[in-house]
Structures are given as structure tokens and as C-alpha cells.
Design a protein around this ligand. Sequence first.
Ligand code: OGA
Ligand code: MN
Length: 290
Amino acid sequence: MALKIKQIGPCFVGEVNDIDLTKPLLADDVAAVHTGMDEYAVLVFRGRKLDNDQHLAFTRQLGPIEQAIGTSLRAATDYRLTTDFADVSNLDKEEKPFARDDRRRLFAIGNQLWHSDSSFKATPAKYSLLHAHSIPSKGGNTEFADMRAAYDALDDDMKRQVEGLICEHSQLYSRGKIGFSDFTDEERERFKSVRQVLLRTHPVTGRKSLYLSSHAGSIQGWPVPEANIFLQNLLEHATQRRFVYAHEWRVGDLLMWDNRQTMHRARPFPVEERRDMRRTTLAGDGPTVP
Ligand code: OGA
Ligand code: MN
């Protein structure tokens, strides 16, 4: 059965209503979700109230998942959720918001920079599925930008320039941009950089997209400052409002986005309020650099 999808963003983002995420999906439904993702790049399922098991079961029907191990500053003994989930909340194990100056919080607010999930891993993420369990009284939107539309809008000279470029991505680079640099030797080793192409081609639709992320900190063969200016200019181009959808969360919303075709960022919210967001992540097919 084809899903009914209503476009709600400027050039992407579809809202899906006629699918029950708590039940096993038919093969046709799974195919329709992927087709919807290929076209809209972000799908919005409103007001679903899934528990962790249901969230995970829905995700696993779409493909193999990525584990969230060692990607944040939470110690393994400090995890609030199992490693099937990226804990995108601002909560400690006791469900209390992190203090303003907590290192784990200051690292996590790097999510407020435009990025693509796990672009700092050799095999970066395919889809992310983020579910809202509790939301703050104000702020805390998530914004998405369409990297296909951004690529299409480049002039021919820029399209030629991005072809074949390879960037180095690391969480050390994104955190460096917000002045967070007090990493231990173990963390520096754990967060060492990986290579990613700057121009991706979608395996099904053949559409080209800019593979940008704040984790990108250099371009192979380029002087570092020149690379960072070049990437910053591209990022400004790619995040013009005409390419952006802002999601105002309600409890129970599930958003699924394709990290190969979009960037996203969290927006600020009051530090003392709870924002409980849990993410599963579908693994990518392999490295982007041969
Ligand atoms: C994420 C992420 C943004 C947000 O889940 O990967 O970046 O608004 N989330 O919490
Ligand atoms: Mn993210």
C-alpha cells in the first residue's frame, strides 16, 4: 500500500498519518516508508507515544541499527538508556537535568550546530528516528535543511569545486567551534577524525547532495583556514530559510530523517527544564570514501 504523505516543508519533509507504528509492518509498508524517505528526506509521525521497545521494533524493521557506544561524554556506567538508543535528552541517570556547567551538557549542546548524525564515524548513519518523551515549555525546536536543494542551487562553478573533495570529520572539530576543548587523551583518541566525501549521490534516486556537517574540520590537500572558510560559506548557503523546515515538538512526535540528504540542529531551551528525546539510528551501508 502506498503511504499517504503530505508535504509540510519548503522543498522536503512529509507528514505521514495512516500507519500504526506499534504493529509489525507489512513488507509493502516498509517499502513505502523507504520510498517516502527517498523523496521527502524527513518524515513526521505526530503524537505516537511509543515506548522504547516499540520505537526499537519499528526501527529494526527498516534495517540494521547503529549502536550508541562511546560517542558522547557519558561513561558506560552513566547511561540512562541502552546502547540501542542515542540519549539526546539533557537528563542524567536519575532523570535530572544536567547542571549548566556539566561537561556532558556542554558537549551535548554541540547538537545545536548544523550537522549530520555520525558523520564522525567511518560508516556514517543512514536514518535517525527521534522520539519526544517530554519537551520544554519553550524553545527546543529541531531544524532540518535539505542538502539536495542546497546542491541544486549552487552555480556550475561551485558544483565543479565540490566534486571529489574529501573532508575530515570529528567531534573534536564541532566542539572546537563552540570553544569546548578540554578533552582527555582517551577522548581525543576515541574521537579521532574520519574521511567523508563532500558530494554524495543517493543510491536510489541518483540525486546529488552536499554532505556537510559541523563535524567537518578540514579538506584533504587544503590549508585548514581556507577549508574552514569554504565549508562555512557552503553551510551558510545550505541553511538559508528556503531550504529549512523547523519542527515544533509535541510529546509523542517521531521524526525520521535521512542523514545522507539533510542536516539538522537543535535549538536552545531553558537549562533547568527537562527535554527527554530518544533516538534510534539506522546504520549506513559503508564508508563514503572508497
Ligand atoms: C539528534 C539531534 C536534535 C534535537 O537527535 O541527532 O541532533 O533537537 N537532535 O535534539
Ligand atoms: Mn543529530
